[in-house]
Design a protein around this ligand. Sequence first.
Ligand code: NAG
Ligand code: NAG
Ligand code: NAG
Ligand code: NAG
Ligand code: NAG
Ligand code: NAG
Ligand code: NAG
Ligand code: NAG
Length: 491
Amino acid sequence: MKVRELVSHFFLFTFCFATSVLGTINESAFTASDIITRDVVIIGGGSSGTYTAIRLQQLGKSVALIERKSILGGHVDTFYDPITRQTFDFGVVLFENISVVTNYFAHLDVELAKFSSLGVTVQSFADITKMEKLTNASLPSPNATAAALTKFGEILNKYPYLYNGFNDLQYPVPEDLLLPFGDFMEKYQLNALAYQVMGFLQGGGNLLNQTSLYVMKYLAKIVGNFLKDNFLTTAAHDNHELYVRALERLGPNENAFVNASVTEIERCDTNYAYSGHDQGSASIDECDTPVNVVFNIQSGAKLVKASQLVIAIPPLLENLQFLDLSSEERSLFGQFGNTYYWDAVVRNSGIPRNTSISNFDPNAPSGLPRLPGIYDIGPSGVKDLDIVYYGSPYPVENVEVANDIMDKIAGLVKVYNFPPNRKKPELVGFHDHRPYGLFVSAEVIKNGFYKNLLVLQGRRNTYYTGAAWQVHDSSRIWNWTEMNIIPKLSS
Ligand SMILES: *[C@@H]1O[C@H](CO)[C@@H](O)[C@H](O)[C@H]1NC(C)=O
Ligand SMILES: *[C@@H]1O[C@H](CO)[C@@H](O)[C@H](O)[C@H]1NC(C)=O
Ligand SMILES: *[C@@H]1O[C@H](CO)[C@@H](O)[C@H](O)[C@H]1NC(C)=O
Ligand SMILES: *[C@@H]1O[C@H](CO)[C@@H](O)[C@H](O)[C@H]1NC(C)=O
Ligand SMILES: *[C@@H]1O[C@H](CO)[C@@H](O)[C@H](O)[C@H]1NC(C)=O
Ligand SMILES: *[C@@H]1O[C@H](CO)[C@@H](O)[C@H](O)[C@H]1NC(C)=O
Ligand SMILES: *[C@@H]1O[C@H](CO)[C@@H](O)[C@H](O)[C@H]1NC(C)=O
Ligand SMILES: *[C@@H]1O[C@H](CO)[C@@H](O)[C@H](O)[C@H]1NC(C)=O
């Protein structure tokens, strides 16, 4: 390892001062109109990338935002019902009432309102894997839950630093934070909370063997906010609107590019002696521009020349094949694992509109459902449409997930003996959120993974943001980005 870094350092040093053909981006192959010069280029138009682009634009920086999909918004899923012409969110739903959120929505003229639940009057539990309606199963008593919640609140208060991503994590990392969450709950007798905690952390795989750090981070403020019932959502139940406005405000095909696939990124790091490139470093021509990004859109290839790069996609090696990774970056990103999460919309499920069904395994600890499987099915707020959430700790094909959802719904309707529905159930919305919930093992956390990861911020003119650096919560990602990334990019 050491030797290899030394060798590549030597090459970098040599070639950056000599005429070199190490770089593969050939600027002269682009016509002037296909070369875009910007202060900051941002890869990924999800929650974090869009926020970064809009804020930098607000602060007078020029930006290019590049998104692979046809729309911005990442995990946001808004369903437009052509029949009622109503909308609802089945991906990202809630936002916190903090200034970073309210300022952002105000800037893009999207109205927020207090979130209220969707009129569920019958909350039912079923063992959906075995297809059994549970009459005996019930959540722990309100008293047990309240007691556990108080205790958990006290424990969370010991770790206020968990709010700021991994930035303020203490070393050595407290042993409690390294325990599997099942052992942690056992140790502090918090089992009465397990089922609800799973509800908050949907998509994170097996709750009981998630490292406590991740669970505790996520709950750091959530618990308090749920108690205060203090969440916001868009007044129109259309969170996607934020991203439509953002795209307009940035300027489609001018500063924001959708349907755009990045093919290559080269960073020139003359100011950064320690590097260890494995792949082509930037050639001398590009050394006058710190960051060079080539991407394809329908009209052809474009080259962005920028001073700084923001990676706002999950930093997995499979996602970063276009990036000239150093051996250090490669080694860190290569340690991430991830989980799997889906959401879907079903029309004419046959489940009454006032009913939600949660998956409960009476034979498992705390009733946590077996995965892969459905977490719950519930009303969307719009007639004849239900929302389904589905999770897995390991990969499952989308077609299998979709078939499983439809099979299980048909089964539940029979088991519950719901009045027959003459219309056939239909899967009308489906989103695969993989790769979700990036994590590393407790051992790797203990050995300083996040400290080393954070050292990458700013190196090679590159910054990173997104859920991997905080939690899967837009409000907190924006807050973290505002505190930790925007100041560095706007100075
Ligand atoms: C770069 O592109 C120009 C114009 O297409 C071409 O003439 C030149 O040979 C290319 N250089 C390399 C090193 O490929
Ligand atoms: C992006 O691609 C989709 C599907 O191919 C297409 O419908 C849409 O018009 C494209 N959008 C833009 C802005 O190019
Ligand atoms: C960021 O979050 C913290 C903790 O909730 C809050 O105190 C602070 O006001 C937030 N900052 C902004 C700009 O919203
Ligand atoms: C957000 O919180 C503020 C107080 O900080 C309150 O005045 C406002 O009504 C809240 N917004 C909503 C939509 O509830
Ligand atoms: C509750 O009902 C389920 C399914 O009917 C059964 O498998 C389970 O053993 C029951 N649990 C108890 C505690 O009776
Ligand atoms: C639950 O708590 C309330 C108030 O603290 C108490 O009056 C009640 O007896 C408790 N119920 C049970 C079943 O322990
Ligand atoms: C978590 O549990 C699942 C199922 O029991 C197992 O497949 C997986 O390897 C476990 N993961 C860890 C990190 O222990
Ligand atoms: C829920 O809806 C069903 C079917 O519309 C109805 O029969 C039932 O009475 C409702 N239950 C409650 C508690 O509102």
